[in-house]
Write a protein that binds this ligand. Sequence first.
Ligand code: ADP
Length: 406
Amino acid sequence: MLFLVINCGSSSLKFKLVETSWEQIENNTDKIVASGEVEQIGQSYSKLHLKTDGIQRSEQIEIKNHHEALEKAMQLFETATDKAIKMDELSGIGHRVVHGGELLSESLVIDQEVEDQIEECIQFAPLHNPHNLEGIRAAREHFPELPQIAAFDTGVHQTLPVKSYMYAIPWHYYEQHGIRRYGFHGLSHRYLRMRCAQLMDKSTSDIKVVTCHLGNGASLAAFDGKTVIDTSMGFTPLEGLVMGTRSGDIDPAVVTYIMSLENFSREEIDCVLNQQSGLLGLSGKTNDMRTLLKLMGQGDERAELALDVFCQRLKKYICAYYGLLNGADAIVFSGGIGSNSYEVRRRAIENLDQLGIIPDCSLNTELVVTEGRFSTPDSSTALFVIPTNEELMIARDCYRCLQATN
Ligand code: ADP
């Protein structure tokens, strides 16, 4: 079956056409038929990129909204390949939805009730769910006959035990306002657990794994089989690791202290913690790990410190999750930083041989964006780099959803 998978951000629309089936899922041979991205939607020079079967095309045109973005992307596919994506060839459209709240965990076909619930979750993810909904509405207009399926980033984290998702604050904030830990990057963590189990020739139900998704946003998850026993992001994606521009964990008293110091509003303190902190705040120069590593190489001390803080926090979480799991079969690194930077991986797991975590340093340096194992044969925990594939996970969920409803 062929699925169009759509991932909408505030000014972007990414898509992949994925062919999948039981057999392809089993053998990990699902096919990415085409992929593309529309960037800078709403500006006079939006950029449109497409990759399919050795063909690469890019265009710069004005694209006003997500509906137009989808239309232009489909037109570009048609002109590049001489073949339109016909509705009768597609089995459905899959959508990445960031927040599903407590009610929406499994991927499911979107009806009015589901759409209303995604809308309700805007209160928790005001920067994401509105754009996810725009994508759903654009796809429905473009392909009115096809089922639209939602897959949630919070989804797999709904398996969290209550002791992991409750904050120790007065109970009514949870009961009346839904303030709890939700966790994010769920589609990526699920893919990493699934692929790691495949690479280790184990069932996903039997594997204990710590997955590290390290991009501009970064989070960890600890899986005991299919259950997430803990994850580092919380009520919002601000909690946990040090990120590109986000502080991650911080003493809450610092927040109220800065607010009174600077006479800041909620929006202003949100901006400090989400957009001015993390690697950018520490280094004073960049939120980008590649640039940071370069600066460090030139002797920039604050860049070095930023990397130290980033890696120490990461190591702390890895060890905490290793402990919660009572030992892990594997630790997986992914995301732009985790897949590319052997230096970050090296620092995050150095001197853990007492825990049975032993990297092979030369294998580690060889793995840049390529999938592979970099632990020594006597390491009791396997170490992997696995580039993530959230879209593939969504396409497979679409397939399973439709098979279940037919
Ligand atoms: P996003 O969360 O926006 O999807 P990505 O997963 O694309 O982020 O990761 C972006 C991060 O990956 C940036 O900090 C970037 O510098 C970093 N990165 C990309 N390539 C490399 C590399 N070769 N070495 C170190 N960091 C890298």
